[in-house]
Design a protein around this ligand. Structure first.
Ligand code: DSN
Length: 429
């Protein structure tokens, strides 16, 4: 970053500090990862200089000799990875991708049936505070209280009652596999279209560790930066019959020029995801999540749904006498970064919910295994106990957090992270 340090030392300093943070901390936010240096290079390339409204061979600006090739290669790789008929790699991220599907397939006021945010869904699946619930009629299904599994009978009942135009399956905090076949049968039964949002699990789908929705769903959306380990971006895959509507909704419907540097980075990530190494990586993500869930249970935490089948673990912090927000903030002070999250049937508001959400894609990228997951669970329990102990004053708590942060850093020093630059002695540069 020599030029950057010279031109803008303040920004260079913040980037350096963020690199240091990403090295020193255990990153447990389920939607985050470490991209490879190759992905960073493509994303930070001169492709950022180019405008290219339109699609390959049909652009509104000249000079697309190489941009067309980048986008076509990215699309071809996506088709090969997922088995999709048609792919659009231009959405700026997951929320715009979902919105493009609505623009393509719905009229304002149409009914959308999606998983409720509180039960692990996403804002853009029909929640009232997002456009998906403001311009469309959002009806929400949930999970079963006894098993934590999606209540497929409720999905069917609500589908028959509300006759949605679109059913959405997908989540941002649901620790189980999705039964796409069952969703497709429910959608067909009421004449609805089916959209699967696989933003969280796309890397597991590619590796064959999560069912692939492609044969069952009319449209599939994803981001590229979570378990798929690419730069921040979005993608829509669909049956050929919806291709024209989807492409028109993305451009010119919602967006202008695609972010070509991002498209190149996504193409690189797709090349990486097609390797046996990536499949092994994805298997370790799931192995680590299961180990983390089991270790947390061993420490006394209640794990929502009793465990996990994917990359994420939802934890009821109140089982240790703290709120999710208290636990997440205390963990951050102790070097472990996650987000507070509502849990199914939560009686607490979104800013002070009962749970935290954890995920293993980032820690697995730096080589953590089940042994490290045990350590994380033990440190989390220590943090929770100290935070819950009313007898401890703030300074005493902070001292414990600092001690744990020291152990965390010592552990992280043994696991260099992809994409970060290390010098000859393994020190971050
Ligand atoms: N913000 C993402 C997540 O953390 O799951 C979803 O959009």
């Amino acid at each position: 970053m020599e030029s950057l340090a010279q031109v803008d030392p303040e920004i260079a300093q913040f980037i350096r500090a963020e690199s240091r943070r990403q090295h020193d901390k255990i990153r447990l936010i389920a939607s985050e990862n470490y991209v490879s240096h190759a992905v960073l290079e493509a994303t930070g390339s001169v492709l950022t200089n180019k405008y290219s409204e339109g699609y390959a061979g049909k652009r509104y600006y000249e000079g697309q000799q190489y941009i067309d090739k980048v986008e076509e290669l990215c699309i071809a790789r996506a088709k090969a990875l997922f088995g999709a008929e048609h792919v659009n790699v231009q959405p700026y991220s997951g929320s715009p991708a979902n919105q493009a599907v609505f623009v393509a397939l719905l009229k304002p006021g149409d009914t959308i049936l999606g998983l409720s945010l509180a039960h692990g869904g996403h804002l853009t699946h029909g929640d009232g505070i997002s456009v998906s619930g403001m311009y469309y009629q959002g009806v929400q299904y949930g999970v079963r209280r006894d098993t934590g599994e999606i209540d497929y009978e409720e999905v069917e009942r609500l589908a028959q009652e509300h006759r949605p135009r679109l059913i959405i399956c997908g989540h941002s905090a649901y620790p189980r596999l999705l039964d796409f076949e069952r969703f497709a049968a429910i959608a067909q039964g009421v004449g609805a279209l089916l959209m699967a949002d696989i933003a969280h699990v796309a890397g597991l789908v590619v590796a064959g560790l999560h069912p692939n929705p492609i044969p069952h769903a009319d449209v599939v959306t994803t981001t590229s930066h979570k378990s798929l380990r690419g730069p921040r971006g979005g993608m829509i895959m669909c049956r050929t019959q919806y291709a024209e509507a989807i492409d028109k909704a993305v451009f010119p419907g919602l967006q202008g020029g695609p972010h070509n540097h991002t498209t190149a980075g996504i193409a690189v990530a797709f090349k990486e995801a097609a390797t046996p190494e990536f499949r092994a990586y994805a298997a370790r993500i799931v192995e680590n999540a299961k180990a983390l869930a089991a270790s947390l249970q061993g420490e006394g935490f209640r794990v929502v749904g009793g465990g996990t089948q994917n990359h994420l673990v939802v934890v009821d912090a109140t089982s240790m006498g703290v709120t999710g927000r208290q636990l997440a903030k205390a963990m951050d002070a102790a070097g472990m970064v996650c987000n507070f999250n509502r849990i199914p049937f939560d009686t607490q508001p979104a800013l002070h919910p009962s749970g935290v959400r954890l995920g293993t894609p980032a820690t697995t990228s730096r080589g953590f295994g089940p042994q490290e997951m045990e350590k994380i669970a033990a440190w989390m329990a220590q943090v929770a106990r100290v935070r819950a102990d009313e007898g401890q004053d703030l300074e005493a708590r902070k001292k414990v957090y600092r001690e744990i942060a020291g152990h965390v850093k010592a552990l992280c020093d043994g696991f260099p992270a992809p994409g970060l630059l290390y010098g000859p002695e393994g020190r971050l540069v």
